[in-house]
Design a protein. Structure first.
Length: 339
């Protein structure tokens, strides 16, 4: 799930209104996994239609994207391409964790422990190519553009933000900062009231904004040094050094100036250091994309969600009515009039 910089950064609490009129590149896979994980029934089962097809990803895609549009935000979803070969170890580890969580989920259900069951179920989420295709189809009907990255979606979103085509990259992971996103927004598709695990306490989850320049200035390091810290800690592309977390990595970089020097002086074992470093500093990205926002097509949305996947029209009606009313009165000649 990327590197953890939470001990070193102080994000600025924000609201969706703060991004009104701005284009935001959302890490598509990251968002869909959020939907699959969080939109579940009390026993942990995802939402499904009568044919047994999972629909949690579609529910999240529709409702949370609609929230962004209603706030005047122009979202664009960026999806991963072919994974870098160095990510194979991380992907295999994730599969093992899901298998373990599945066994724990089954045990909790048998014991009647619904709290544990739901928590473990969230860790079993599997995103298929078919689900991604369905989400992209729905986004198209909502007038929201999608971009396919050559490799890592976060890298592509960060590149688009760096070019100024979008204001920020949105992801739960801090990796976007290593990829050079000038602004990272966390909780963009996760905001709302959330129950804390094993506690009858609810908290308000709000978007958080991190500016790369502010963070680098506060830490007094360069982006290259930030990347070196990440590689020493361990990324999706390498294991890192056991015992090195964000604070120790920062100390090593400040003492030695670079990851290479730290590895040499401390005799650290970091296989493929330069290759992993280049993944962040010279990522595979593309200029082959077009950002064009259109009107929502109510009929196609209803056909897909209600007729095909058995969503209750009444539950979608409020959001769809708002959009339709805007179109009828001329308040929305194009999606741009939302902003």
């Amino acid at each position: 799930m990327g590197i953890d910089l939470s001990d070193l950064v102080e994000p600025r609490p924000s609201s969706l209104k703060d991004f009104k009129g701005r284009a935001i590149a959302i890490d598509g896979y990251n968002a869909l996994y959020q939907f699959l994980s969080s939109i579940r029934q009390a026993d942990g089962m995802p939402l499904m239609d009568s044919k047994g097809r999972i629909t949690s990803h579609l529910s999240g895609t529709f409702h949370r994207t609609a929230n962004l549009l209603e706030a005047g935000i122009r979202p664009v979803y960026v999806f991963d391409g072919k994974p870098n070969p160095l990510k194979a170890g991380t992907l295999q580890e994730r599969r093992h964790r899901k298998e373990k969580a599945q066994a724990q989920w089954d045990e909790a259900l048998e014991a009647g422990d619904m709290e544990t069951a739901r928590m473990k179920a969230q860790q079993t989420s599997r995103l298929t190519k078919e689900m991604v295709s369905q989400a992209r189809e729905l986004l198209g009907y909502m007038g929201v553009p999608c971009v396919e990255a050559p490799e890592d979606g976060e890298a592509q979103a960060s590149y688009m933000a760096g070019k100024g085509d979008v204001y920020a990259a949105a992801s739960q992971d801090y990796d976007s900062l290593l990829f050079g996103a000038p602004v990272l927004v966390r909780n963009m598709t996760l905001s709302g009231r959330r129950k804390l695990p094993r506690r009858n306490v609810y908290v308000d989850v709000v978007p958080e904004t991190l500016k790369l320049s502010d963070m680098l200035g506060a830490l007094q390091i360069t982006r290259e040094q930030l990347v070196d810290m990440g590689v020493l800690m361990g990324t999706d592309f390498n294991a890192g050094v056991k015992g090195i977390g964000p604070k120790k990595a920062l100390k090593l970089i400040k003492e030695h100036g670079s990851g290479e020097a730290a590895i040499r002086e401390k005799k650290l074992d970091v296989p493929g250091f330069m290759k992993v470093r280049d993944i962040f500093l010279k990522p595979k990205v593309s200029d082959d994309y077009e950002l064009s926002w259109g009107r929502m097509d109510r009929t196609k949305i209803e056909n897909m969600l209600c007729n095909e996947f058995e969503f209750a029209l009444q539950r979608l009606g409020t959001t769809l009515d708002k959009i339709s009313e805007g179109q009828k009165t001329g308040a929305q000649r194009s999606l741009d009039s939302w902003f």
